[in-house]
Design a protein around this ligand. Sequence first.
Ligand SMILES: Nc1ncnc2c1ncn2[C@@H]1O[C@H](COP(=O)(O)OP(=O)(O)OP(=O)(O)O)[C@@H](O)[C@H]1O
Ligand code: SF4
Ligand SMILES: [Mg+2]
Length: 362
Amino acid sequence: MNPETDPSAPVLALSDLVVEYATRHGRLRSLDEATLSVAPGQIVALVGESGSGKSTLGMAAGRLLASNALHVGGRLSLAGRPVYGSGAVDGEPLRALRRDVLGFVFQNPVTALDPTMRIRRQMELACRGRREDRHERPVAELLQEIGLSDVSRVLRSYPHELSGGMAQRVGIAMALRRRPRLLIADEPTAAVDATLREQILRLLVSRCREVGCALLLLTHDLHAVAQHTEQIAVMYGGRVIEHGPTAEVLDHPSHPYTRALVAALPGAEKPGQRLEAIRGIPPVLHTACPGCAFAPRCPDALPECRSTRPVYAAVGGRKLTCHLHTGGTASRSAASARNGADRDPADDADRDHHGQGRRTAT
Ligand SMILES: Nc1ncnc2c1ncn2[C@@H]1O[C@H](COP(=O)(O)OP(=O)(O)OP(=O)(O)O)[C@@H](O)[C@H]1O
Ligand code: SF4
Ligand SMILES: [Mg+2]
């Protein structure tokens, strides 16, 4: 079926996407053959250390990267329409695609709003040019739904008159008012008070579910991921290195980097067990990495890891980029030995771990 008309086709699909930034020190490779797929209505977390490429991936979805960004290779499509790669849309069709399919919620809600305009006007303008204007609901109703009580005051306010939590709720309402098919939320709770984080995330996820919008949540917060998302994609060095159902991946991480991330989680330690930090520093890539970017930090590295790039491949119900899991029988047995004598990580995803021992936020 044509991906543009097939309702089950991915709303976002990246295949081996490579993006570099031109800098004074030469090219910096920010996405290094990143592959990811988000199905309609799916709630997906994109996690990884600072600099791993999360925001670059999020902005690439709308071809909204900084002017020094260069598309070096690979493809990206939005609701079946090519945004990077052969036949990519441009000009007005690209703008229409962004308007119809994409919404964004950013880290700092106040700076994301226009400081010179009252909230009511901004919310009205948020839908300008959308094809289904006649279906739009009154802005006051939308603000009530997102839990704001003094709606008329909020509508009369300028952004600087709102608290961070209020401004983020307004940002969410504005982004979803267009009824996008995919909302990209880049660290949406990083600037709000810790006590409001949970409320804002719950609101974001529940509103996305109500309007049938997929959510790509870019975050460092694994506890929030465990609580609110269905799928987790882990990035390292500009690649997605593990992607699968959140509960399964957090309970039984397969990739050595995901294992280290989970082990470093506050609350993951057992009584008397020391909290592990991830040794080494994240990579800054100036060229394509010849092998696995995690090799210098990986406790399980195999001889081929520094010279041969692991491919992104399906292993059971997950996608993995690691020789331990996607290599030959020898590598798979090494993985089995490291994960327990009787357990091959390739089988993890085949087991039904749903709800069993799922990690919870503290
Ligand atoms: N406009 C730019 N020019 C040069 N380098 C950039 C630019 N934007 C991002 N980078 C670099 O690209 C890499 C990936 O950055 P990106 O912002 O996508 O990472 P991130 O995972 O979102 O990090 P964080 O968690 O800190 O937000 C980093 O090394 C970053 O410094
Ligand atoms: S490919 Fe090799 S170095 Fe990279 S994570 Fe897997 S085992 Fe470690
Ligand atoms: Mg970022």
